[in-house]
Design a binder for this molecule. Sequence first.
Ligand code: CMP
Length: 292
Amino acid sequence: MVLINNSTAAKEPIEVSPRGNLNARLVHFNTLYTDSPAKTIHVVREAVREADNVSQKVTPLVRIRNLGDDGVEYEVKYWLEDYAKYNDTDALVRQRIWYAFRRAGLNFAFPTRTLHIERRAKHDGLESDGGAIVERLSAVDLFAPLSPEETTMLARAAVSHVFAPGETVIRAGDPGSSMFVVHNGRVRVQINENGRPRTIATLNEGDFFGEMALFTGEPRTANVIALEETEVLEIGHAAMKSVFDTNPDLVESLSFIMAERRQGLAAQADATAPTDESEGILSAIKRFFGLT
Ligand code: CMP
């Protein structure tokens, strides 16, 4: 016997589920997209109709309610003998579905995502590929005497860096053990004159810088600053040494360029760079790289 007070009876809907009355329940499950709906529906219907407290008078209904992100979503509608046991009966229906799936080789769907993995390039999108780097180095005058194999070796050893306009690539006074080739963009070479910055050269695509510290072991002689978005190729000591070993002439042409640049530095009032002749630079490079 259930007692309901008047105020509740007047206000709220009352659902009456008399014993023997067939009340329906819905239970949900998912399958993989690879499982056939016809097979799934048949297997689940047969499994559920056998379960205790599922009415034999009405055949359970199994239907697709959604083609979801995580698989095909089904609902099974069945009718209860004894409504009071709906919790236990729902649980039993789920259990029967699990065993039926197992026997029939059907699969519950779980959240799945198809991931397309992108292979990481050596450099980010702004930077150039290997072919373009070989092409750039081949066009640098200094490297003209190198064989194609040597240029390719240098390109492999080169590391690409991208600088924003105004960013400092090299800072005067820092130690340095690599040189740079301007691959894309432009840089300015700047020194301090009476405490004020002064541009002494602008270097364009195919020009190189940073050779002085690399080849003599002295600190960087100037600031080098990107004028626009600039990609530079950094070449280290080891790669240059192997190129020097097989191309002694390279040291000589390099020493001429460095002598010229040193004069450019020395011509500035505040510059402290010594006015070495190329001969002196040549022997400094040879000493530093242990060349005879
Ligand atoms: P490094 O001294 O290693 O670092 C600063 C670089 O600026 C230097 O090497 C040269 O590559 C470059 N540089 C210095 N003076 C000049 C110049 N007069 N003209 C062009 N480049 C220069």
